[in-house]
Design a protein around this ligand. Structure first.
Ligand SMILES: NC(=O)c1ccc[n+]([C@@H]2O[C@H](COP(=O)([O-])OP(=O)(O)OC[C@H]3O[C@@H](n4cnc5c(N)ncnc54)[C@H](O)[C@@H]3O)[C@@H](O)[C@H]2O)c1
Length: 363
């Protein structure tokens, strides 16, 4: 049987463990996996592009576990009432190929992306950083703000989005979730960035945008560039990259998808795992400008799926499903066709009853 985790199950994990503890454990799992970089069979993700977006498959494995994530990126989706980013994925046993876990990864992507940003900022931001600018206040933004607040000591966020409603939503959510975190609404990116120790860009636009330009940089800033993650979709002016030490996840993928797609092939970057293994320095001086050119790498979802598996098993969450056949005689696949249908579960019956009720009321 395969364990199924829905979005509600992941929300139940966060409710049981607490968001700060989830972020903290996720960073630990990420650091463990990035530190054993050589153990993984890695490849750049497979991206299918269309006019308004992209759908990507992100596989990775070590000697014991295999994972993949399905994820999309469609910046115009929110106008149609759909999220920009939606995802799910699988964790499977390498020895047999058996899928162990099938999980939602939309909430989880937001958490793992924020945890990865923190893992990078721990090594790249100035120690004692307290103020973060947050440009782009959509679905990912609460997770970025709260991970930096809980794990890195950020006590003030300076917010800007071209959509004031998105900023208002972020302020309300942060106020309810973390009253000690001061949120300042700004009238422009330039205003938000002024005086910030860390600048997080997490905008969605299928364009070569220049959200951060060189005139906004201040000595010692760390730029956490999250939204530029696809060919033709960038956030940082090329001169921002030239002014900085630039760190990436998996260089072959980042050259295609990251903000560094604007740069020549020999533009120097450092893969983050090398900093974790002390093979390369992180921040070297208080005045240095650092950039984490984040695009999202399959290893981060591998770590997140491991964590979901462990937390779900500890908390008894999830549902066993026959995603693949559970056969007495593994050669008698044909016999599966003769098995009686599975009766609806209580939850399904409740859903069906609610749907029937709604249909009757609207008739
Ligand atoms: N690096 C990663 O690992 C990773 C992971 C998840 C998402 N992402 C990317 O992060 C971005 C944000 O994702 P989301 O789920 O929050 O999307 P979203 O659509 O919910 O929010 C994006 C926000 O950016 C705002 N925006 C667009 N252009 C802007 C501009 N010029 N200045 C200020 N704000 C602007 C929009 O109004 C919107 O509120 C996407 O581009 C997504 O692909 C990256």
């Amino acid at each position: 049987m395969t364990t199924l985790l829905t979005t509600r199950d992941v929300a139940a994990i966060v409710a049981a463990k607490g968001l700060a503890a989830c972020f903290g454990t996720l960073v630990r799992y990420l650091e463990e996996d990035f530190a054993r970089w050589g153990d993984f069979d890695k490849s750049a993700r497979v991206a299918n592009h269309s006019k308004d977006g992209v759908i990507e498959l992100m596989p990775i494995s070590d000697a014991r576990l295999y994972s993949f994530k399905y994820v999309n990126g469609h910046p115009k989706n929110t106008r149609a009432g759909l999220p920009t980013v939606m995802a799910f994925g699988v964790l499977a046993d390498v020895d047999t190929g058996r899928p162990e876990l099938l999980s939602e990864l939309t909430l989880t992507t937001a958490m793992r992306t924020a945890a990865t940003s923190v893992m990078a900022a721990k090594r790249l931001a100035r120690p004692g950083s307290r103020v973060m600018a947050l440009i782009g206040n959509g679905a990912q933004s609460e997770f970025q703000a709260l991970a930096f607040h809980h794990l890195l000591g950020i006590d003030t966020v300076r917010l800007y989005d071209i959509d004031p409603a998105a900023t208002a939503k972020l302020v309300a959510n942060l106020h309810a979730e973390a009253p000690a975190l001061t949120a300042i609404v700004c009238a422009s990116t330039a205003e938000a960035v002024r005086g910030a120790d860390i600048v997080t860009t997490v905008t969605a636009d299928k364009a070569n945008a220049t959200i951060i330009v060189p005139s906004m940089l201040e000595p010692g800033m760390h730029v956490n560039g999250v939204g530029g993650d696809c060919p033709g979709k960038t956030e940082l002016h090329a001169d921002v990259l030239r002014a900085a030490s630039v760190f990436v996840e998996f260089e072959p993928q980042s050259r295609i998808e990251g903000d560094i797609q604007q740069m020549p092939a020999d533009f120097a970057v450092t893969e983050l795992w090398r900093v974790l293994r002390a093979q390369a320095p992180g921040r070297r001086t208080a005045d240095e400008i650092t950039v984490f050119d984040s695009v999202g790498f399959a290893l981060e979802d591998f770590s997140a799926l491991r964590l979901l598996r462990d937390f779900a098993s500890e908390l008894g969450l999830g549902r066993e499903i026959d995603l693949v056949p559970d056969m007495g005689d593994p050669k008698n696949l044909f016999g599966e066709l003769r098995k009686p249908p599975v009766p609806a579960t209580a939850a399904n019956e409740a859903d069906v009853a609610a749907a029937l009720h709604a249909a009757l009321m609207s008739a």
